[in-house]
Write a protein that binds this ligand. Sequence first.
Ligand code: NAG
Ligand code: NAG
Ligand code: NAG
Ligand code: NAG
Length: 596
Amino acid sequence: MAAGLVAMQLYIVFILLSSLCQRLQGIEFEDLPDKDVHTGLLLQLLKRIRLERDYDTIVIYGPEPCVFHALLPQLELPTVLLTQGSSWEDWSFSSESLLLICSSDAEQERNTRTLLKLQPARRLVYLELEKQPTEVCQAYFEREQVNVAMVDSVGNLYSCRCFEQENYVQLAVNLSSSYPIYVEQFRNMRGSLIRSEPDQIGPRAMLYRDPSTGKYQMMGIAANLINTFVERVNATLKLRDDIGQGKKIYYKNIFQRVQLNLLDIAATLSSTLDMENYDYLSYPYIHSSFCFMIPMPSALEFKEIYAIIVQPLVAGVLIVLFLIFSLLYIYSEDLNWRRFSLINMLLNDRCLRGLLGHAFPMPAQPSRYLKGICMLICFASIMTTTMYESYLQAYFLRPPHEPMLRSFEDIFASRYKIALERGEASHILFKNFSLTTSNAHHAFILDDWTELLRLRDSFNASFIYPVTEIRWLSFKEQQKHFSKPVFYYSEDICMKRFLLLSLPVRRHLPYRQLFEQHILAMEEFGISKYWVTSTFHEMVRLKLTSFKDYSHPDSYEEEIFLRDLTQIFIFYLAAHLLACICFAIECGWSKIFGIK
Ligand SMILES: *[C@@H]1O[C@H](CO)[C@@H](O)[C@H](O)[C@H]1NC(C)=O
Ligand SMILES: *[C@@H]1O[C@H](CO)[C@@H](O)[C@H](O)[C@H]1NC(C)=O
Ligand SMILES: *[C@@H]1O[C@H](CO)[C@@H](O)[C@H](O)[C@H]1NC(C)=O
Ligand SMILES: *[C@@H]1O[C@H](CO)[C@@H](O)[C@H](O)[C@H]1NC(C)=O
């Protein structure tokens, strides 16, 4: 049924030839078979239009007997005929199409997506005798189609101009005239308004009052793009009248205002994540990842340092070394195993003292083997004691940090909570990352998104926050003014590793292409990158933020207190107790068994 309708509505002729351009360039007036001056004039006009900017497809709006149909054999280009004045299907017309319109009201395009695609295309309207070009231009401007020219049966050529005194100009149709038929009208908007609104979330778009003029202005990564565009096309920026400084606007609300055509370009960044189509988004402006900022791992306490410098593997190696030295010592005393006993090997006091760097009595007249073994013990003792000494001193000077969090499991095992706004939590986190009831207490859900921003902006280190890399870069810039960094950006724990950020724009923004060219130009010159890093300092300059140190530097951490040594004292006491018990047992043993 639908297919039948489409077939009825559309009668499509595709004529593809390999040498299209050559053939068209080759058409000369004299070659025309017909003496029909009118057709000749139109062909000349089409050729002139093509010289201005090439077109690759012809779309004809209007019922069959119409002046343009007669030209088709000479044009030899792929052609789409829309006899009912509208396309039902969502056609992917190229922007390099030429629209030929049989009469001033022949084009009744209702398909908004087709309209969007045909917005940059050029239109040539065949004007009826009684029609005024002013009316036609006006009608097209109302539909935000601005690339319109008209030709009437007498051969007068008019072209619409939206920013000039009169809304059209009359042109001479001839190849030698250099005056362009179609011009990029929005290159100079002559002070027309571009409506925008900052979301007031740094560093994307902030509002401030210009001290020299007293007027509100905006700045920020997204806002600068709009400001420079406004300047480039000689337009005027229009912010809403009741705008209030410091009033953050949720991006969904601002997006809604764009959808309702209340704003032309919104000064905010919107991701392509949950969009069905990109009609309301500009070309991607910047890309970013969307990960977490995590509090810097804290330094270990001094009392833990004693424990961590004794690594089990190293301690094991030292014990093995001790046993080997004991065996060697016992053997080399008499060069036989007569003195060997288990107790002598495990508790060889000379070896023990030697390895701990203490003095021990050498036997009288030691053999050269024994001397060699003692040398080895001395050497090993110097190595181990200096190693532990330097470890301890270095760690006391600058205590090592706890390990960084590298996965969600690490977060769930840590003392931190993930701060999230309620909508975002259900949307992103619960869907992706098995945040079950057992670890739900690791999420800190906030109903008020501004509260989340407030916590994050004040570097409250009790939480882990989701953040885009773009935002993080300005936090990083801010942290440079702290006595020590408070957060780090985790590249490992991400919600999206690659995110495209665009500016929301009105659907039928007539200067969308110009704006997108502007985005690319800013990117090409590296100005966007510069804005990303410099915005924080700009914000400080405009007194929108300050160099406050949120890192809570606490000085007492630098000192060692007696309580830091408790563990060592306990260990010391325990060892003494053990020694006393051993001594007591030894005394008792000799009493009972009379062994000397
Ligand atoms: C073309 O137009 C120019 C002025 O626009 C005019 O001087 C010239 O005579 C015209 N040539 C022809 C062949 O009509
Ligand atoms: C910019 O627009 C103003 C009107 O607001 C106009 O007077 C001026 O000539 C325009 N500038 C350029 C370079 O055309
Ligand atoms: C999150 O989920 C999406 C699809 O649901 C998946 O493509 C992506 O890899 C997931 N991210 C992580 C970090 O698991
Ligand atoms: C961080 O936020 C929590 C919860 O709002 C609050 O209890 C705590 O005092 C804050 N910490 C700092 C250092 O401000």
